[in-house]
Design a protein around this ligand. Structure first.
Ligand SMILES: C[S@@+](CC[C@H](N)C(=O)[O-])C[C@H]1O[C@@H](n2cnc3c(N)ncnc32)[C@H](O)[C@@H]1O
Length: 314
């Protein structure tokens, strides 16, 4: 089988936005970001970035962004969508550089596993470490929980800042054996973190088949039997209420989730959002306010915002 590769020369300022747009909206099978400066500093790793030093000669001045799709995908259509997205990002004031978008086809073969050699243990906190399935790790504390993970083709190795903001939110707000929903679960990392930190039961939803496969496998790797998966959009067709609802998805998709929250949030429950570019925060604030919610805590790493949200007092 072959893969379609869309190659974009642009600026590092739009790397995260392109990465999440590719995964969440265009359903890319995977992405890579190659920054010339990273190659120059030798070996620094970004989520799913493969650094081979001899490739530097082929790199543009700033960022080469690659997105992989099934060979049947509409290449010309995707190029147009990326062009439009970059124009939108430029309209927010982000540098996009001298954009050049091309596409080609490559053999599928080792792409899935090539990035694995750069995926290491994440000592996330005193309570949590994320450990690739193929690595040995001795907990730094006797009660540090280990999340064993093989993200496969799904988003969520634990390296991304948005995942880490969501993990922080879970750690801080899971204060009793709560019922948790992880919306847009990707690899299942947040669902597994919640279960490992003592959630009673967890429902993990996503629209992607790769995510459902990865989440079931990763729950199994961690011997967890209290994680259920459901392939659905956001919380559509989900019954019941949750004490904690976690969602690390692009702001434009979170806007569709906000109207579904009240029906699914238990009394006294909390919501954790991540994946919000700081420029999109005002839209989220307004929508939350309109639906009876308030922000209790705002976390930020670089451009990314994480929120802890509750209902407004009656
Ligand atoms: C940024 S990734 C987050 C993955 C993981 N939860 C993490 O924090 O690393 C967003 C995930 O949301 C999923 N997604 C996008 N739109 C969705 C929708 N409408 N309903 C459910 N999941 C969605 C994507 O397939 C992707 O797995």
């Amino acid at each position: 089988m072959k893969l379609l590769v869309i190659k974009i020369e642009t600026s590092h300022e739009v790397e995260d936005a392109l990465s999440i747009y590719s995964q969440d909206v265009l359903h890319a099978l995977g992405t890579e970001a190659r920054k010339r400066s990273d190659f120059e500093q030798a070996g620094w790793l970004h989520d799913s970035t493969v650094v081979e030093m001899d490739e530097i000669k082929d790199l543009p001045e700033d960022l080469q962004f690659l997105a992989y799709f099934d060979q049947e995908a509409d290449a010309e259509g995707l190029v147009k969508q990326y062009q439009a997205k970059l124009e939108e990002l430029a309209s927010y004031g982000l540098a996009i550089g001298q954009v050049k978008i091309t596409y080609s086809y490559i053999a599928d073969q080792d792409w899935n596993t090539a990035w694995q050699k750069y995926y290491h243990v994440i000592q996330f906190s005193r309570h949590l470490a994320v450990v690739p399935e193929w690595k040995d790790y001795q907990p730094a504390f006797p009660d540090q929980a280990i999340i064993k993970l093989d993200p496969g083709l799904a988003f969520g190795t634990g390296n991304h800042q948005t995942t880490q903001l969501a993990l922080m939110g879970i750690e801080r707000n899971l204060t009793f054996p709560a019922k948790v929903a992880d919306v847009g679960t990707g690899s299942g990392i947040l669902a597994i973190a919640a279960a490992k930190l003592g959630a009673k039961e967890v429902l993990a939803t996503d629209i992607s088949d790769e995510s459902m496969t990865a989440t079931k496998e990763n729950a199994g790797l961690n011997n967890l039997t209290n994680i259920k998966t459901k392939k659905t959009s956001l919380l559509a067709d989900v019954d019941g209420k949750f004490d904690l609802i976690v969602a690390n998805i692009l702001a434009e998709i979170l806007l569709d989730l906000i109207p579904q929250l009240d029906e699914h949030l238990a009394e006294g429950g909390k919501i954790i959002f991540s994946g919000i570019d700081y420029l999109q925060l005002p839209k989220i604030e307004t929508a939350l306010d309109e639906h009876g919610f308030k922000i209790n805590l705002t976390m930020r790493e670089d451009r990314w915002i994480g929120l802890v949200i509750t209902r407004k007092p009656q």
